[in-house]
Design a protein around this ligand. Structure first.
Ligand code: FMN
Length: 254
Protein backbone atom coordinates (compact mmCIF):
# COMPACT_ATOMS: atom_id res chain seq x y z
CA UNK A 1 0.00 0.00 0.00
CA UNK A 2 1.33 3.44 -0.86
CA UNK A 3 2.15 5.77 2.01
CA UNK A 4 -0.67 8.19 2.51
CA UNK A 5 -0.29 11.95 2.86
CA UNK A 6 3.48 11.99 2.64
CA UNK A 7 5.43 14.17 0.19
CA UNK A 8 6.68 12.14 -2.74
CA UNK A 9 9.96 10.32 -2.24
CA UNK A 10 9.56 9.95 1.51
CA UNK A 11 8.15 6.88 3.20
CA UNK A 12 6.73 6.14 6.64
CA UNK A 13 10.09 4.91 7.90
CA UNK A 14 11.86 8.16 7.08
CA UNK A 15 8.98 10.10 8.51
CA UNK A 16 9.12 8.10 11.78
CA UNK A 17 12.83 8.68 12.11
CA UNK A 18 12.40 12.39 11.49
CA UNK A 19 9.69 12.49 14.14
CA UNK A 20 11.97 10.80 16.68
CA UNK A 21 14.76 13.24 15.91
CA UNK A 22 12.32 16.15 16.11
CA UNK A 23 11.24 14.93 19.54
CA UNK A 24 14.83 15.41 20.69
CA UNK A 25 15.71 11.75 21.18
CA UNK A 26 18.91 12.37 19.23
CA UNK A 27 21.04 10.35 21.65
CA UNK A 28 19.30 7.20 20.50
CA UNK A 29 20.84 7.61 17.06
CA UNK A 30 24.07 9.41 17.91
CA UNK A 31 25.28 8.05 21.23
CA UNK A 32 27.59 5.50 19.68
CA UNK A 33 25.06 2.78 20.36
CA UNK A 34 24.03 0.50 17.57
CA UNK A 35 22.50 2.32 14.62
CA UNK A 36 19.03 1.05 13.74
CA UNK A 37 18.97 -0.91 10.51
CA UNK A 38 15.80 -1.73 8.63
CA UNK A 39 14.88 -4.60 6.31
CA UNK A 40 11.66 -5.22 4.38
CA UNK A 41 8.93 -6.89 6.45
CA UNK A 42 9.63 -10.65 6.12
CA UNK A 43 6.92 -12.77 4.49
CA UNK A 44 3.84 -12.77 6.69
CA UNK A 45 1.69 -15.75 7.68
CA UNK A 46 -1.01 -16.19 5.06
CA UNK A 47 -4.13 -17.79 6.54
CA UNK A 48 -5.46 -18.41 3.04
CA UNK A 49 -8.80 -16.85 3.89
CA UNK A 50 -10.24 -13.55 5.08
CA UNK A 51 -9.09 -12.22 8.49
CA UNK A 52 -12.58 -12.66 9.97
CA UNK A 53 -12.72 -16.32 8.98
CA UNK A 54 -9.20 -16.99 10.18
CA UNK A 55 -9.72 -15.15 13.48
CA UNK A 56 -12.79 -17.26 14.12
CA UNK A 57 -10.94 -20.48 13.27
CA UNK A 58 -8.17 -19.55 15.72
CA UNK A 59 -10.76 -18.88 18.41
CA UNK A 60 -12.38 -22.27 17.71
CA UNK A 61 -8.96 -23.86 18.20
CA UNK A 62 -8.05 -21.92 21.35
CA UNK A 63 -11.38 -22.26 23.12
CA UNK A 64 -10.78 -25.99 23.55
CA UNK A 65 -7.52 -25.42 25.45
CA UNK A 66 -7.88 -26.53 29.06
CA UNK A 67 -5.59 -26.72 32.04
CA UNK A 68 -5.13 -30.42 32.63
CA UNK A 69 -4.07 -32.04 35.91
CA UNK A 70 -4.41 -35.70 34.83
CA UNK A 71 -1.66 -36.64 32.40
CA UNK A 72 -0.80 -39.78 30.43
CA UNK A 73 2.83 -40.93 30.45
CA UNK A 74 2.72 -41.24 26.63
CA UNK A 75 6.01 -39.85 25.34
CA UNK A 76 6.37 -36.57 23.46
CA UNK A 77 9.45 -36.15 21.27
CA UNK A 78 12.16 -33.68 22.14
CA UNK A 79 11.74 -32.19 18.64
CA UNK A 80 8.10 -31.36 19.47
CA UNK A 81 9.18 -29.54 22.62
CA UNK A 82 11.86 -27.69 20.66
CA UNK A 83 9.26 -26.40 18.16
CA UNK A 84 7.06 -25.29 21.05
CA UNK A 85 9.95 -23.43 22.67
CA UNK A 86 10.85 -21.81 19.33
CA UNK A 87 7.24 -20.57 19.18
CA UNK A 88 7.55 -19.20 22.73
CA UNK A 89 10.83 -17.52 21.80
CA UNK A 90 9.14 -15.75 18.89
CA UNK A 91 7.14 -13.59 21.32
CA UNK A 92 7.65 -9.83 21.52
CA UNK A 93 9.71 -8.49 24.44
CA UNK A 94 10.72 -5.16 25.93
CA UNK A 95 13.61 -3.73 23.82
CA UNK A 96 13.81 -7.24 22.28
CA UNK A 97 15.77 -8.49 25.30
CA UNK A 98 13.97 -11.88 25.28
CA UNK A 99 14.31 -12.20 29.06
CA UNK A 100 13.23 -15.82 29.29
CA UNK A 101 14.70 -19.27 29.68
CA UNK A 102 12.80 -22.53 29.31
CA UNK A 103 14.28 -25.44 31.24
CA UNK A 104 12.76 -28.59 29.74
CA UNK A 105 12.90 -31.66 31.96
CA UNK A 106 12.07 -35.22 30.87
CA UNK A 107 14.48 -36.95 33.26
CA UNK A 108 12.36 -38.92 35.78
CA UNK A 109 14.63 -38.28 38.78
CA UNK A 110 14.63 -34.52 38.23
CA UNK A 111 10.86 -34.43 37.69
CA UNK A 112 10.44 -36.33 40.96
CA UNK A 113 12.64 -33.83 42.82
CA UNK A 114 10.52 -30.99 41.42
CA UNK A 115 7.37 -32.80 42.53
CA UNK A 116 8.67 -33.46 46.06
CA UNK A 117 9.74 -29.83 46.57
CA UNK A 118 6.57 -28.42 44.96
CA UNK A 119 4.36 -30.62 47.14
CA UNK A 120 6.19 -29.41 50.26
CA UNK A 121 5.37 -25.81 49.35
CA UNK A 122 1.82 -26.69 48.31
CA UNK A 123 1.17 -28.46 51.65
CA UNK A 124 2.25 -25.30 53.44
CA UNK A 125 0.06 -23.26 51.13
CA UNK A 126 -3.11 -25.29 51.56
CA UNK A 127 -2.63 -25.87 55.32
CA UNK A 128 -1.25 -22.49 56.44
CA UNK A 129 -0.32 -19.80 53.91
CA UNK A 130 -3.48 -19.46 51.83
CA UNK A 131 -6.18 -17.08 53.03
CA UNK A 132 -9.70 -18.45 53.47
CA UNK A 133 -10.86 -16.33 50.54
CA UNK A 134 -8.15 -17.81 48.30
CA UNK A 135 -9.09 -21.36 49.30
CA UNK A 136 -12.76 -20.54 48.67
CA UNK A 137 -11.87 -19.28 45.18
CA UNK A 138 -9.85 -22.43 44.48
CA UNK A 139 -12.54 -24.79 45.77
CA UNK A 140 -14.52 -25.01 42.47
CA UNK A 141 -11.32 -26.10 40.73
CA UNK A 142 -10.81 -29.02 43.13
CA UNK A 143 -7.04 -28.51 43.36
CA UNK A 144 -4.99 -29.80 46.29
CA UNK A 145 -1.37 -30.33 47.34
CA UNK A 146 -0.88 -33.60 45.42
CA UNK A 147 0.97 -32.96 42.15
CA UNK A 148 1.47 -36.41 40.66
CA UNK A 149 1.35 -34.96 37.14
CA UNK A 150 4.89 -33.67 37.78
CA UNK A 151 6.01 -37.33 37.77
CA UNK A 152 3.69 -38.57 35.04
CA UNK A 153 3.79 -35.89 32.31
CA UNK A 154 6.62 -36.69 29.87
CA UNK A 155 7.93 -33.12 30.02
CA UNK A 156 7.97 -30.46 32.70
CA UNK A 157 8.96 -27.05 31.36
CA UNK A 158 10.15 -24.64 34.02
CA UNK A 159 9.96 -21.06 32.77
CA UNK A 160 12.49 -18.60 34.19
CA UNK A 161 12.35 -14.82 33.95
CA UNK A 162 15.75 -13.16 33.53
CA UNK A 163 16.25 -10.24 35.93
CA UNK A 164 19.34 -9.34 33.84
CA UNK A 165 20.81 -10.75 30.65
CA UNK A 166 23.44 -13.45 31.12
CA UNK A 167 26.15 -10.79 30.62
CA UNK A 168 24.55 -8.53 33.24
CA UNK A 169 22.88 -6.19 30.73
CA UNK A 170 19.57 -4.55 31.59
CA UNK A 171 16.19 -6.05 30.61
CA UNK A 172 12.86 -4.22 30.34
CA UNK A 173 9.28 -5.24 31.07
CA UNK A 174 10.52 -8.72 31.92
CA UNK A 175 7.27 -9.89 33.57
CA UNK A 176 5.14 -8.75 30.66
CA UNK A 177 7.56 -10.28 28.14
CA UNK A 178 7.76 -13.67 29.87
CA UNK A 179 3.98 -13.72 30.28
CA UNK A 180 3.59 -13.23 26.53
CA UNK A 181 6.18 -15.92 25.71
CA UNK A 182 4.45 -18.32 28.10
CA UNK A 183 1.14 -17.61 26.37
CA UNK A 184 2.74 -18.41 23.02
CA UNK A 185 4.09 -21.64 24.55
CA UNK A 186 0.65 -22.71 25.78
CA UNK A 187 -0.90 -21.92 22.39
CA UNK A 188 1.85 -23.85 20.56
CA UNK A 189 1.45 -26.91 22.79
CA UNK A 190 -2.32 -26.80 22.31
CA UNK A 191 -1.91 -26.42 18.55
CA UNK A 192 0.33 -29.53 18.63
CA UNK A 193 -2.52 -31.53 20.21
CA UNK A 194 -0.93 -31.55 23.66
CA UNK A 195 -2.20 -30.41 27.04
CA UNK A 196 -0.54 -28.23 29.65
CA UNK A 197 -0.98 -26.83 33.12
CA UNK A 198 0.24 -23.45 34.32
CA UNK A 199 1.42 -24.44 37.79
CA UNK A 200 2.74 -21.82 40.22
CA UNK A 201 3.94 -23.45 43.44
CA UNK A 202 4.34 -20.59 45.88
CA UNK A 203 7.04 -19.71 46.69
CA UNK A 204 9.01 -21.44 43.92
CA UNK A 205 12.53 -20.30 44.70
CA UNK A 206 13.52 -23.97 45.15
CA UNK A 207 13.49 -24.43 41.37
CA UNK A 208 16.57 -22.28 40.74
CA UNK A 209 18.76 -24.36 43.06
CA UNK A 210 17.27 -27.66 42.00
CA UNK A 211 17.86 -26.93 38.31
CA UNK A 212 21.23 -25.23 38.83
CA UNK A 213 20.15 -21.84 37.48
CA UNK A 214 21.98 -18.53 37.91
CA UNK A 215 21.01 -15.91 40.50
CA UNK A 216 19.60 -13.67 37.73
CA UNK A 217 17.10 -16.37 36.65
CA UNK A 218 13.82 -16.16 38.58
CA UNK A 219 11.40 -19.10 38.47
CA UNK A 220 8.19 -17.96 36.80
CA UNK A 221 6.02 -20.99 36.10
CA UNK A 222 6.05 -24.80 35.98
CA UNK A 223 4.35 -26.26 32.90
CA UNK A 224 3.82 -30.01 32.56
CA UNK A 225 3.28 -30.88 28.90
CA UNK A 226 1.96 -34.11 27.41
CA UNK A 227 -1.20 -36.00 26.53
CA UNK A 228 -4.23 -36.19 28.81
CA UNK A 229 -4.91 -39.38 30.78
CA UNK A 230 -7.62 -41.51 29.10
CA UNK A 231 -9.99 -40.83 32.03
CA UNK A 232 -9.04 -37.14 32.29
CA UNK A 233 -11.62 -34.77 33.71
CA UNK A 234 -11.47 -30.99 34.13
CA UNK A 235 -13.33 -28.76 36.57
CA UNK A 236 -16.63 -27.53 35.16
CA UNK A 237 -15.74 -24.09 36.53
CA UNK A 238 -12.90 -23.84 33.98
CA UNK A 239 -15.45 -23.83 31.16
CA UNK A 240 -17.08 -20.66 32.47
CA UNK A 241 -15.97 -17.66 30.38
CA UNK A 242 -16.97 -14.05 30.72
CA UNK A 243 -19.12 -13.01 27.74
CA UNK A 244 -17.63 -10.76 25.07
CA UNK A 245 -19.48 -7.68 26.26
CA UNK A 246 -17.96 -8.09 29.73
CA UNK A 247 -14.37 -8.14 28.47
CA UNK A 248 -14.57 -5.87 25.40
CA UNK A 249 -15.45 -2.20 25.12
CA UNK A 250 -15.56 -0.57 21.70
CA UNK A 251 -15.13 3.05 20.63
CA UNK A 252 -16.19 2.90 17.03
CA UNK A 253 -16.73 5.49 14.30
CA UNK A 254 -20.49 6.16 14.23
C1 FMN B 1 -0.81 -17.36 36.58
C2 FMN B 1 -1.55 -18.66 36.75
C3 FMN B 1 -1.25 -19.46 37.83
C4 FMN B 1 -1.91 -20.69 37.98
N1 FMN B 1 -1.52 -21.53 38.99
C5 FMN B 1 -2.07 -22.75 39.08
C6 FMN B 1 -1.59 -23.67 40.04
O1 FMN B 1 -0.64 -23.40 40.78
N2 FMN B 1 -2.16 -24.90 40.10
C7 FMN B 1 -3.19 -25.27 39.26
O2 FMN B 1 -3.69 -26.39 39.36
N3 FMN B 1 -3.67 -24.41 38.31
C8 FMN B 1 -3.11 -23.17 38.21
N4 FMN B 1 -3.53 -22.30 37.22
C9 FMN B 1 -4.57 -22.75 36.27
C10 FMN B 1 -5.91 -22.06 36.50
O3 FMN B 1 -6.56 -22.64 37.61
C11 FMN B 1 -6.75 -22.23 35.23
O4 FMN B 1 -6.13 -21.53 34.17
C12 FMN B 1 -8.17 -21.71 35.37
O5 FMN B 1 -8.87 -22.48 36.32
C13 FMN B 1 -8.94 -21.71 34.05
O6 FMN B 1 -8.92 -23.00 33.50
P1 FMN B 1 -8.39 -23.26 32.01
O7 FMN B 1 -6.91 -22.98 32.01
O8 FMN B 1 -8.72 -24.70 31.72
O9 FMN B 1 -9.10 -22.30 31.09
C14 FMN B 1 -2.91 -21.08 37.06
C15 FMN B 1 -3.20 -20.24 35.98
C16 FMN B 1 -2.52 -19.06 35.81
C17 FMN B 1 -2.82 -18.21 34.61
Amino acid sequence: MADRALPSGRNQQQSRRERILALGDVSFYRSGMQEAEFVPLPPRFDPGCAPEESARAFFECMKSRRSVRMFSDKPVSRATIEWIIRAAGSAPSGANKQPWRFVCVSDAATKNKIRAAAEREEREFYERRATKRWLDDLAPLGTDDVKEYLDIAPWVIVVFKLAKEDDGAQVYYASESVGLATGFLLAAAHHAGLVTLTHTPSPMGFLAGLLGRGAHERPYMVIPVGFPAPDCTVPKEALRRKPLDAIMTVHEEQ
